[in-house]
Write a protein that binds this ligand. Structure first.
Ligand SMILES: NC(=O)c1ccc[n+]([C@@H]2O[C@H](COP(=O)([O-])OP(=O)(O)OC[C@H]3O[C@@H](n4cnc5c(N)ncnc54)[C@H](OP(=O)(O)O)[C@@H]3O)[C@@H](O)[C@H]2O)c1
Length: 353
């Protein structure tokens, strides 16, 4: 039996994880947590809000599935890595923000870090067992979101409702907006760098509008491996929770008789600048990725509240990155401070209501 602690149990990933756990008798949900919605009865131990590491201490899990949204997931990520407990990570923001601190914790803890993000789960599977010198480059795919192909002018007045209707994935509101701005792919670029230890110049992003190809690795011999399947988060969730077994799921395999469109195109980084801003934040290093994430969280919340236009999200992030010092975080206190400074700067830059 594998003891699973599920954080963010009421969210999009969390609900799908509950479904996966229910279909695998070898998985036992020992703890469940949310931010504010009730989780009573979901697991023997539950917690709403507060310090999630207290729940993890009591639960003694074998696997922590961190599906909290945003920087709030950071303490749980660090707890699992530090304790050598397998971390199934959906909460990309924590790895992006903590970067080297998270990797140091993994080094000390010695446990597994298994990505749940579909692109990174796919990349993990293509890269597994390969040496760094065999790899030419990693290609992350993006659907392009609901506004793919639009001009900046056409994006000036888009509403939260329009931005929330994603063409291929059903997800929580924050990541759906991040997909519409391409900030999500920016976060994923940073996430991939930390997960796989690849330099940024070896990570490319391409649009693949049907979300069938989840990631692709080019090798030095000219061969490329791609991970393909219908877009369904239960696949990477199940992969991470049952690793290395690759247990069965109810998801249908690809059916070629229905036809399959595999189109690729470069992303439009002029219209969607957050991808390029994330790349620059990663290359600049230090706490720039943390600041990118913090400013983006503030801006997305403001957009969803109707306080910031869609194009203002990237502007807020760009201005914040121009104002922070990006000094590396020596410890968690430094990181929390860098996050707080970036949030304050981002909030100051929001239009006055
Ligand atoms: N959805 C996807 O398909 C998908 C795909 C790849 C990666 N991800 C990543 O997975 C994470 C979760 O995404 P989602 O779409 O599932 O988000 P979501 O639907 O908004 O769910 C977020 C979950 O986090 C909980 N939460 C929020 N703040 C918390 C706090 N301070 N303490 C404890 N729990 C808190 C929420 O609890 P309440 O309900 O009580 O607020 C909810 O259970 C994100 O990092 C996202 O980028 C998601």
């Amino acid at each position: 039996m594998k003891r699973v602690a599920l954080l963010g149990a009421t969210g999009s990933i969390g609900r799908q994880a509950v479904e996966i756990v229910a279909t695998h008798p070898e998985l036992e949900l020992v703890a469940a947590a949310s931010g504010s919605q009730p989780v009573d009865g979901l697991a023997p131990l539950t917690q709403v809000g507060g310090d999630l590491t207290e729940l993890l201490e009591r639960a003694e899990p074998d696997v922590v599935l961190n599906a909290v949204v945003g920087f709030a997931g950071l303490p749980a990520t660090l707890w699992a890595l530090e304790h050598g407990v397998t971390l199934a990570l959906a909460n990309k923001e924590s790895l992006v923000a903590a970067g080297e601190l998270a990797l140091d914790a993994r080094e000390r803890g010695g446990g597994l870090l298994l990505p749940v993000d579909s692109e990174h789960s796919a990349a993990f599977q293509c890269l597994e067992g390969r040496r760094a010198d065999e790899i030419d480059s990693l290609v992350l795919t993006a659907s392009g979101g609901p506004f793919r192909g639009r001009t900046r002018e056409e994006l000036e007045d888009v509403t939260a409702e329009e931005a929330l209707s994603h063409p291929t994935w059903q997800m929580g509101p924050k990541i759906t907006i991040d997909s519409a701005t391409l900030a999500n792919k920016g976060l994923e670029l940073l996430e991939a760098h930390f997960l796989f230890g690849l330099p940024y110049e070896q990570i490319e992003v391409t649009l693949q509008p049907t979300s069938i190809v989840h990631a692709l690795v080019r090798f030095r011999d000219g061969a490329s491996l791609a991970h393909i399947g219908y877009p369904d988060m239960r696949v990477p969730i199940s992969f991470a929770l049952t690793y290395p077994e690759r247990a069965a799921t109810p998801i249908e395999p690809l059916d070629f008789s229905r036809g399959l469109v595999l189109e690729f195109a470069p992303p439009d980084v002029e219209t969607f600048p957050l991808l390029a801003l994330a790349r620059k934040a990663g290359e600049d290093g230090g706490t720039y990725p943390c600041a990118f994430n913090a400013a983006n969280e503030v801006a997305v919340a403001a957009f969803l509240d109707g306080k910031l236009p869609f194009l203002g999200i990237a502007e807020t992030v760009e201005e914040t990155l121009g104002e922070v010092d990006g000094a590396p975080a020596r410890d968690l206190d430094d990181l929390v401070e860098a996050d707080a400074v970036a949030r304050t700067l981002a909030e100051k830059g929001l239009p006055v209501a």
